[in-house]
Design a protein around this ligand. Structure first.
Ligand SMILES: Nc1ncnc2c1ncn2[C@@H]1O[C@H](COP(=O)(O)OP(=O)(O)OP(=O)(O)O)[C@@H](O)[C@H]1O
Length: 303
């Protein structure tokens, strides 16, 4: 019964390498042998198939008169032969040895732009991502805003004066810059070039305005991720809880955030950072990065 099923599928299958070895090995097949397969006796057919794969289909040098054709070698029984013997026979039959070189090139380093309204947890997501992910560089933004308690110059931001900042702009040292709530923020190009050359992925953390500018500059060569809280209430609560804003600034930030939530469409991915669910948000960002690395047509960024 089993033999019958095997044979029926053999005779029906166009791509079955036994019925048509040319599909697999690109050989010129002997039409005579293919015709033999269409015989009606299933047991005989199975035997012939087995016979051909071990000996006959590769044995006739007289029919393969050119140098590209594989040599005539029997393929040992897969159950009995040792692996290296089998590999050698397959290599000889195919006419070339199996390479250990990667079948596809290593993926290009990515630029990942992380943005979202104020207070949704961009910094919290990035801080955790920094702990769990290797080979990724978090660009330190230059800013003219004063340092907050607990922040470190060169780690959280490069804190510079307004004049120093404008000097950087003039020398073309910034990929993008903007005036945000009265303070300048900008992305130093040199850092990106340096770390991409080492093969690191780059994370840029910008506000919505900055993300829109980067989209114009980088187009689809970078990955844009929009981080949001699960609700406006949660977002406001987090801003209040952070205790970094004056009452006036709180109002401005919340009003701006309301507008900014509408910009999700300009991004490639949305990540919801729900209350108490920071780990899930970070995992999702990691999945996005992994998926981007597996793209068939990679993004190709030049700074
Ligand atoms: N998933 C979460 N659950 C609870 N609290 C969170 C979560 N994510 C972030 N927070 C807290 O919310 C506050 C705001 O987060 P964070 O400073 O990271 O926001 P942000 O988007 O970087 O804000 P801004 O754009 O104003 O700098 C912080 O006190 C942070 O610890």
């Amino acid at each position: 019964m089993l033999v019958r099923r095997f044979c029926v599928s053999l005779s029906r299958s166009e791509i079955n390498p036994i019925c048509n070895p040319s599909k697999l090995f690109n050989f010129r097949t002997n039409p005579q042998k293919i015709r033999i397969f269409s015989c009606q006796n299933p047991a005989k057919l199975a035997l012939q198939a087995a016979n051909i794969i071990t000996h006959k289909s590769y044995s006739s040098n007289s029919q393969m008169g050119d140098a590209r054709r594989p040599l005539s070698v029997p393929i040992p029984d897969i159950e009995k032969a040792d692996r290296s013997e089998l590999l050698r026979a397959l290599e000889t039959s195919l006419g070339s040895s199996f390479s250990s070189a990667p079948l596809v090139p290593n993926p290009n380093p990515l630029i990942i732009v992380i943005s979202g309204p104020s207070g949704v947890g961009k910094d919290a997501v990035i801080k955790r991502l920094r702990e769990v992910r290797e080979n990724i560089h978090f660009v330190v933004t230059a800013t003219s805003r004063p340092m907050r308690p607990g922040e470190v110059d060169g780690r959280d931001y490069f804190f510079v004066s307004k004049d120093e900042f404008l000097g950087m702009v003039e020398k073309g040292e910034l990929l993008e810059h903007a005036l945000v709530y009265g303070d300048y923020k900008g992305i130093p190009k040199q850092q990106i070039r340096e770390f991409m050359a080492k093969g690191s992925d780059i994370v840029l953390r910008v506000d919505i305005q900055g993300a829109a500018t980067l989209r114009r500059i980088l187009g689809n060569s970078a990955v844009f991720i929009f981080v949001v809280a699960e609700s406006e209430y949660a977002m406001v609560n987090r801003l209040i809880g952070r205790k970094t804003e004056t009452r006036e600034m709180l109002l401005v930030r919340i009003a701006t955030a309301r507008e900014e939530v509408k910009h999700a469409n300009n991004f490639d991915y949305v990540v919801v950072n729900a209350d108490g669910q920071l780990e899930s948000a970070v995992k999702l960002v990691e999945s996005v990065i992994d998926a981007e690395k597996a793209r068939v047509s990679p993004r190709n960024v030049r700074i």
